[in-house]
Write a protein that binds this ligand. Structure first.
Ligand code: URP
Ligand code: ZN
Ligand code: ZN
Length: 474
C-alpha cells in the first residue's frame, strides 16, 4: 500500500485547547510537555509516525488571536520542523485572527505551498464568529484554499460547563456532558450553510456524531463541496472510557468527545463505508498524562482532587496507531482503507499524486508492506511498544492483528519491524509544497474550478447562492 498520509496532527503547538495551560513554552520554542527537555514534539511525533507506517503528515501552524500575521506563524513553524522530521510534512494554517492583514496573506500562503486552513467554532482562544468565518471562506474561495472547520458551538459548551460547575460536577466524564452531540450537530449544519452561501469547499474535522454525519451526507448528496474527516477515537472509544475511577478517564478527553455508546461508533464506521468521510486522520495531540506541566494532570489541584474536566488539555495521541488499529478491526474493505488513510488526504490537500498513491513515474516511493492477513501473531497493544514521548495510549490492551512489516519513504527503508525497527533518520523528512485540492467529483471539478452552478451531474443546486451572486462573490 502507499505510505499513510495523516492530515491532522498537532505537534508542538501552544496549548490553546486545555483552558488551564499557558503558552510560555511555545514562545521559547521548548517542548511544552517537559520544558527541561528541549525536545520539539514535531520530532518525536514524526518518529512515532514512521514506526506506524505514516510517511507524510500535515501539521498545524497556529496563529493566535493576538497576532496579526500568518506568515510569521508559518515561518516559525518551518523553523521547528526543519531538520527535525523523520517523515515528509506540510502545514495547515490555523486562523485565530482573520484580520485584514491575515486575509491578505492567503495569497502568499498559496505561493508558499499552503492550500488549507483550519478554523474553530469553539475554544475561547480560537473561536471565530459567523461573520469572521464568512470573511475566511470568501478569501479562501478566491485563493482555492480548503477550509477545515472544528464544528462545535462554543457558547453551548461554555453554558453547560457553567451549569456543571454550579453543581460541582468536575470529574473527567463530565467533559462528555459539556460537549453534547447537539453542539456538534448545530455547528456542523451552520458550517455547511456558511460554506454553501460562499460556495467554497470545507472539510468538517473530527466528526464524532452520526447525526452530524447525516447532515454532511445530505449536503454531499446535493452536490455541495462538503468533505468530512473522522478519527480512530470515534471508532473505538465511548463515554465509558471517560467514566473511570479517579482521573483515569482524562486519557480519553478530546473534543468532540467520544460519544454515548457503541451504536455511535457503528454509525461512524458506516460513514466511512458509505463515503460520508473522505479521510481518517489521527488528530494526534501529544499531551502526557503523568506530568503536571501542561499534561493532563495539570488539571488536578487541591480544589479538584480528581481534576476538573474543563482544565484537561483536549486531545489524544494516535499518530502511530492510526493505521494498524483501523486495519486490525477488519471492518473496512482494503481499497477503502487506502483511500481514507492515504490517497484521499493526498488528493484533498493537494499532495496527489506525489503522495498517497503508487503511480508509476509520478508518486514518491512511499510504501507500506503489511503482513498477509492472518499471518501476524495477534497481540495486545501496549504503550511501551510505541516510539514517542507520550506516556499512555487510549487503546492500551486492545487486541491487534496488524502492524506494518516494512515502511519505505522515497525509496529508503525507514522501518523494518523484525530487523532493527526504526531505520529512518531525523532530518530525512522534507517540507512538501502543496497545490489546490485535486479531489474530483463533488465540489471541485477535475479542472480545478469549483462546482457553483450545479452538482457534478450538472443539476442546478437549489441554494442560497442568489445573494452571493448579487454581491458578486461568485
Ligand atoms: O481534542 C482535540 N481534538 N484536540 C486537538 C485540537 C483540535 O481541536 O483538533
Ligand atoms: Zn479541532
Ligand atoms: Zn485536532
Amino acid at each position: 500500500m502507499p505510505g499513510g498520509v495523516d492530515a491532522h496532527v498537532h505537534p508542538d503547538e501552544p496549548p490553546l485547547f486545555g483552558k488551564g495551560s499557558t503558552a510560555d513554552n511555545y514562545e521559547t520554542g521548548m517542548c511544552r510537555i517537559q520544558p527541561s527537555r528541549v525536545l520539539p514534539q514535531v520530532f518525536s511525533g514524526s518518529r512515532s509516525a514512521i514506526c506506524g507506517g505514516t510517511t507524510t503528515m500535515v501539521t498545524f501552524a497556529p496563529q493566535k488571536k493576538s497576532e496579526d500575521t500568518l506568515l510569521d506563524t508559518l515561518h516559525a513553524t518551518h523553523a521547528k520542523a526543519h531538520d527535525n522530521c523523520y517523515i515528509d510534512y506540510s502545514f495547515h494554517l490555523i486562523i485565530g485572527n482573520p484580520s485584514l492583514n491575515a486575509l491578505y496573506e492567503f495569497k502568499t500562503l498559496r505561493e508558499e505551498g499552503i492550500s488549507s486552513l483550519k478554523i474553530y467554532m469553539t475554544y475561547e482562544a480560537l473561536q471565530l464568529n459567523d461573520r469572521q468565518i464568512l470573511d475566511v471562506l470568501l478569501e479562501a474561495r478566491k485563493q482555492k484554499i480548503t477550509t477545515m472547520v472544528h464544528a462545535e458551538n462554543g457558547q453551548v459548551v461554555d453554558w453547560i460547563t457553567a451549569q456543571l460547575e454550579k453543581r460541582k460536577m468536575f470529574a473527567p466524564k463530565y467533559h462528555c456532558t459539556s460537549h453534547p452531540p447537539m453542539a456538534e450537530i448545530e455547528a456542523t449544519y451552520r458550517a455547511i450553510s456558511l460554506s454553501e452561501f460562499i460556495d467554497t469547499p470545507i472539510l468538517i474535522v473530527h466528526v464524532s456524531t452520526p447525526a452530524a454525519a447525516a447532515h454532511i451526507k445530505q449536503a454531499q448528496d446535493k452536490g455541495l463541496p462538503i468533505y468530512a474527516e473522522t478519527c480512530p477515537q470515534y471508532l473505538y472509544l465511548t463515554k465509558k472510557d471517560l467514566d473511570q475511577p479517579g482521573f483515569e478517564g482524562a486519557k480519553c478527553v478530546c473534543s468532540p468527545p467520544p460519544r454515548e455508546s457503541e451504536a455511535d461508533c457503528d454509525g461512524i464506521w458506516d460513514g466511512l463505508a458509505n463515503d460520508t468521510f473522505t479521510i481518517l486522520s489521527s488528530d494526534h495531540c501529544p499531551f502526557r498524562y503523568d506530568d503536571d506541566v501542561n499534561g493532563k494532570k495539570t488539571s488536578i489541584s487541591e480544589d479538584y482532587p480528581v481534576g476538573h474536566f474543563k482544565y484537561i488539555p483536549n486531545g489524544c495521541p494516535g499518530i502511530e496507531t492510526r493505521l494498524a488499529l483501523t486495519l486490525s478491526a477488519e471492518r473496512l474493505e482494503i481499497k477503502k482503507f487506502v483511500q481514507v488513510t492515504s490517497s484521499n488526504p493526498a488528493k484533498l490537500y493537494g499532495l496527489w499524486p506525489r503522495k498517497g498513491g503508487l503511480v508509476e513515474g509520478e508518486s514518491d516511493a512511499d510504501i507500506n508492506i503489511w503482513y498477509p492477513p492472518g499471518k501476524m501473531q495477534e497481540y495486545f497493544l501496549n504503550n511501551k511498544m510505541l516510539h514517542r514521548e507520550v506516556d499512555y495510549t487510549p487503546y492500551e490492551g486492545r487486541k491487534m492483528k496488524q502492524w506494518p512489516r516494512y515502511t519505505i519513504l522515497r525509496g529508503q527503508a525507514v522501518w523494518d519491524k523484525e530487523n532493527g525497527g526504526l531505520l529512518g533518520k531525523k532530518g530525512y523528512g522534507k517540507f512538501i509544497k502543496r497545490d489546490a485540492s485535486s479531489l474530483a467529483g463533488r465540489g471541485i471539478r477535475e479542472n480545478g474550478t469549483y462546482c457553483c452552478e450545479g452538482d457534478v451531474y450538472g443539476n442546478e443546486v437549489e441554494s442560497s447562492l442568489t445573494v452571493a451572486r448579487e454581491l458578486e462573490f461568485i
